[in-house]
Design a binder for this molecule. Structure first.
Ligand code: HEC
Length: 484
């Protein structure tokens, strides 16, 4: 056997042994070697350009020597391919050392690692064939395979560091946009606690080291299941037991503790985020728990509002929901103390109608006190044949969404009525029949452009006043002694 063949055989043997190594070796857990290996490994991205460039140079020279007979000496191409092989081995070793330094999960790198290894083998075969120069067919065949394998390895490597370039392909981007556009708007607010509140914190503060690419402490945080599974020290979270959860223990360690997470020199969790994570673990919520149907303690409510603040619809929907729950509870309470005064407009909704006729016999001051928190949810007020004193006028002027106001045959002062009308901007129907309503009070109505019907029969309104009112409310139906 010639020297060259022996060399080649031992090379293939060494490659085989390292392949076995690649199969079984796992990244270092220990901090000392991990640091050193990570440093050596950091040369991998630098070195990797050498074998790629050199290999394509070899290919180019081969093609050139076919196009122009003997333009390039065979020995030059051979020498260049040997140099390529050497740099490829160095690059592979650096890459492997980088992997041993930890931070990259096996799943992430396996395609890159195995295809790079295949590239080494294939390149070695090429060098051997070319060196023995028996048959040109073998040379071209191995060169072709080497090129293909190199492309696969290079692409897989690129995906690890830069993500899949095809993600930016125009057809994918357009398809994504179309999908976003077709989602109905009102799906946005109903987020999930884990997906929309917990994951963003982890993504921001933890996943750089506990994501799918770098997996420190063998801990991935990419899914709920992954958190339960945990890392080298077991489960990362124990739902229901915050103090016993590794994650909560680690984030609460003092900054100078080297087990502190995130490590001191990295971007830290805010106090609110840490408190939220702790609450979330202790609440033992299922993965699919909706934000809307979660009872949040006060400080978490503030946090959640601040997060969903980017999404005004979500905040509104949430606020309306908690508000109406709260209001319905107050309504129920009011109802047990003062039955008959308030009626719910629609079952299940916090919108009420007030009927003054039922006030009889109650102490009005205490009714007002109980009604105060519900006043801005009144949509209809029936104040028929009663006196509306200033105290009541003050309270009812906070009823900003009233649509129907019936003051027929009741008494009130001009200024109290003006106060009421100036605040009730949603008024659609107003009944003032049989009252002292007079021309002086017309100005008070001017601002209520939403009025559709106003009844002013049997009042002090003059014909002049009526015309004036007509001009203020051109499209409303004004029922008065003059309009007949
Ligand atoms: C800069 C990198 C980095 C960041 C960011 C980081 N960690 Fe770590 N984490 C590590 C390293 C390295 C280890 C392994 C060494 C150790 O256990 O301290 C680790 C280990 C852990 C462990 C123990 C895993 C086990 O089972 O051994 C937990 C739990 C943990 N991290 C939680 C977190 C949380 C929660 C965050 C975000 C708030 C976070 N880490 C952010 C680097 C990081």
């Amino acid at each position: 056997m010639s020297m060259r063949v022996k060399f080649s055989c031992s090379l293939v043997f060494i490659l085989f042994i390292s392949f076995v190594g690649v199969q079984w070796v796992d990244p270092f857990e220990d901090d000392y070697w991990a640091v050193i290996f990570s440093f050596i490994g950091s040369f991998h991205p630098l070195l990797l350009h050498l074998p790629i460039g050199l290999w394509f140079a070899v290919c180019a020279l081969m093609v050139a020597s076919v196009l122009v007979r003997d333009a390039v000496k065979k020995s030059i191409i051979y020498a260049l391919s040997v140099v390529t092989l050497v740099t490829a081995i160095l690059t592979f070793s650096a890459g492997f050392i980088l992997y041993l330094g930890g931070g990259y999960g096996r799943a992430t790198i396996s395609l890159h690692m195995y295809s790079s290894f295949a590239f080494l083998i294939s390149l070695a075969c090429f060098v051997i064939c070319y060196g023995r120069s028996r048959r040109a067919t073998f040379e071209w065949l191995t060169a072709g395979i080497t090129t293909i394998v190199l492309c696969v390895a290079g692409h897989a490597g690129g995906v690890i560091t830069h993500g899949d370039p095809l993600d930016k392909a125009p057809w994918r981007i357009f398809a994504e946009r179309a999908e976003q556009d077709s989602q109905p708007e009102d799906m946005v607010p109903s987020g999930r606690v884990f997906h929309d509140l917990v994951v963003p914190i982890l993504e921001d503060k933890c996943m750089a080291c506990h994501g799918s690419e770098r997996v420190k402490g063998k801990l991935k945080m990419t899914s709920y299941a992954a958190l339960i599974k945990g890392g080298s020290k077991g489960a990362c979270i124990l739902p229901g037991d915050a103090a016993g959860s590794l994650m909560i223990q680690r984030i609460n360690l003092p900054l100078d503790d080297n087990k502190r997470m995130p490590p001191a020199e990295k971007k830290q969790l805010s106090l609110e985020e840490a408190a939220f994570l702790e609450w979330w673990v202790s609440a033992a919520l299922p993965e699919e728990q909706m934000i809307d149907s979660t009872i949040l303690p006060l400080e978490q409510q503030a946090y959640v509002q601040s997060i969903l603040g980017n999404n005004p619809m979500a905040v509104q929907a949430r606020a309306a929901k908690t508000r109406s729950k709260d209001l319905l509870a107050r309504y129920a309470d009011f109802q047990t103390h003062y039955p008959g005064i308030l009626v719910q407009s629609v079952v299940g909704e916090a919108l009420f109608e007030l009927s003054a006729a039922s006030l009889l016999g109650y102490d009005e001051a205490s009714v007002r006190a109980a009604l105060r928190p519900l006043a801005d949810s009144l949509i209809r007020i029936d104040w028929n044949r009663r006196q509306l004193d200033t105290e009541w006028a003050k309270l009812l002027s906070t009823a900003g969404i009233v649509e129907v106001l019936n003051l027929s045959n009741s008494s009130f002062t001009a200024s109290d009525l003006t106060l009421l009308l100036s605040r009730m901007r949603e008024l659609k129907k107003v009944n003032l029949t049989g009252t002292d309503f007079s021309d002086e009070q017309i100005e008070g109505i001017r601002a209520n452009s939403s009025i559709e019907t106003i009844v002013l029969t049997d009042t002090q309104l003059s014909e002049l006043g009526y015309r004036k009112l007509r001009s203020y409310l051109p499209s409303a139906e004004i029922i008065s002694n003059y309009s007949m």
